[in-house]
Design a protein around this ligand. Sequence first.
Ligand SMILES: N[C@@H](CCC(=O)N[C@@H](CS)C(=O)NCC(=O)O)C(=O)O
Length: 200
Amino acid sequence: MLTVYGMKSSGNCYKVQLLLEQLGRPYRWVEIDSAAGETRTPQYLAMNPNGKVPLLEVEAGRYLAESNAILCYLAEGSPLLPQDTWQRAQVLQWLFFEQYSHEPYIAVARFICRWLPADHPRRADLPRLHERGAQALAVMERQLAQQPFFAESGYGIADIALFAYTHAAADGGFDLSAYPRINAWLDRVRAQPGFVAQQV
Ligand SMILES: N[C@@H](CCC(=O)N[C@@H](CS)C(=O)NCC(=O)O)C(=O)O
């Protein structure tokens, strides 16, 4: 039985939940409260020295961190991760884009707007986060003019990774009405078999 250590409010954790649901794989979910310090206990750091969720326990004592690595591991052998080297490299391209050019702006803006007090000094970061996040959304909008899903091979883990924070971008102050192709793609993702909405 797979065990996911995660937080329901986290888009990175939602990626893992969404994939497991779509694959129909049974799993156990252990909710972690990072605000209560649960990602920094000696016991948790022994499982993941980076002190982050999500964390997948593949079997007793065998752990995998990093949401997009977890997606690759779980999707192996399924239609959500192609075997062909070129098609697979395209999937990886979008997974790395998500972690470097998208999540650090769109997820962080959401965190600041939703969970930090209105007078928190990190609010000063929002203009830069909005500028860089809008650049990422423009790249996505351009790609979706070429094809319905991010990878040539069709719906898969590149879409799951990008859906996780894009669907909630408005929480961070992004206006998605300026991106019609992204909106149509969000609906296509929601229409996939086994789709589950994030419970937050
Ligand atoms: N690159 C990592 C990022 C993981 C991450 O930042 N997780 C956050 C939640 S979204 C977390 O664990 N925060 C709690 C903490 O740092 O204690 C991934 O994709 O899994």
